[in-house]
Design a protein around this ligand. Structure first.
Ligand code: GLV
Length: 322
């Protein structure tokens, strides 16, 4: 008998077919949004599940699903998993590192450029039929080349953004991270380690790429925004909750910083209403890893983790030692 698997969200049909060769699959190909109670209910009797960042696996879910052995997240971030609870319950957690690094770094850079050069604000103006003449300062933004790029969270994706800035655009790169990179990695990114305070005060463009946890909750709030230059931009491609969205909307409205680019939001897909009314923000719906080849690679890696675990007893990219 094949092991029972729940695929909690819609995925590529070819990946589903691959899973069906090994598992008895129940899948959510209609992509309904399940509540935690519905997810718990669907997980009954399942030994494995393929989840996305919106599916919460915590002690309550685990207690109600004693057969569960592995949860394979189709995301590099895994703040939807309570890893301590999973380890205690003997449930393996996996994520999808590496396969999305370059695509996500591309997007972080894109969002930074769109923010600095006021791309969406100017497009909305044009679409609204407001463009009637050339003006010397129309949608004049800030430069990327030669500017100081600040990165908070210097993991794989942060380093990818740093390399793009340093080597492609002649940016002066500074970063802050829980731990400092080794000298070779700093050299490869041409990046200089600074305190968080110096990062906030010095960056012309600040990009957030740190993981979400209790300790990074509101890492950027009113006090941090007050340290930034009034000409600076802020980009968040990490997770909602790292930025205090209400404080950011107020800072954007009062022009305490010049602009922001946000791919992630507190409580997404709900958006803080004030962010929808300020013009100087570029908003995208959590799509940083969304190129077709990368999303396919992520789905395949999540599936391969499940297959490897059930066929050889060992996952490819485990997060815990359950
Ligand atoms: C996307 O946000 C991911 O963590 O992969």
């Amino acid at each position: 008998m094949k092991p029972s698997l729940l695929v909690a969200r819609a995925i590529f049909p070819e990946v589903l077919q691959k899973l069906e060769q090994v598992f008895d699959v129940t899948s959510n190909q209609t992509d309904e949004t399940w509540s935690k109670a519905q997810l718990t209910n669907k997980l009954q009797g399942k030994v494995g599940t393929l989840t996305t960042g919106t599916d919460r696996i915590d002690a309550e879910v685990l207690a109600a699903c004693p057969q569960l052995k592995i949860c394979a997240n189709m995301a590099v971030g895994y703040n939807n998993f309570d890893i301590a609870a999973m380890t205690a319950a003997g449930v393996l957690a996996t994520n999808t590192p590496d396969v999305l690094t370059e695509t996500t770094a591309d997007f972080g850079f894109t969002l930074m450029m769109a923010t600095a050069r006021r791309m969406t604000e100017s497009e909305h103006y044009l679409r609204a039929g407001q463009w009637t003449k050339w003006s010397y300062d129309m949608f004049a933004g800030s430069d990327i080349h030669g500017a100081t790029l600040g990165i908070l969270g210097m993991g794989r994706i942060g380093q990818g953004i740093a390399k793009r800035g340093a080597h492609g655009f002649g940016m002066n790169v500074i970063y802050h991270n829980r731990s400092r990179l080794d000298a070779a990695s700093e050299d490869a990114c041409k990046a200089r380690y600074v305190s968080k305070e110096e990062l906030l005060k010095t960056a012309d463009h600040l990009v957030l790429v740190l993981p979400y946890s209790a300790s990074s909750h509101h890492a950027i709030g009113a006090a941090e925004l007050a340290l930034m230059k009034p000409t600076a931009t802020l980009v968040n491609i990490a997770r909602g909750g790292i930025v205090d969205d209400a404080a950011l909307a107020a800072a954007l409205r009062d022009r305490r910083i010049s602009a922001a680019g946000l791919d992630v939001f507190e409580g997404e897909p709900a958006i803080h209403p004030d962010l929808l009314t300020v013009p100087n923000v570029v908003l995208t719906p959590h799509i940083a890893s969304a190129s077709v080849p990368t999303r396919l690679a992520m789905a395949n890696l999540a599936a391969d983790n499940l297959i490897a675990f059930f066929t050889h007893g060992k996952a490819l990219t485990p997060l815990n030692a359950a």
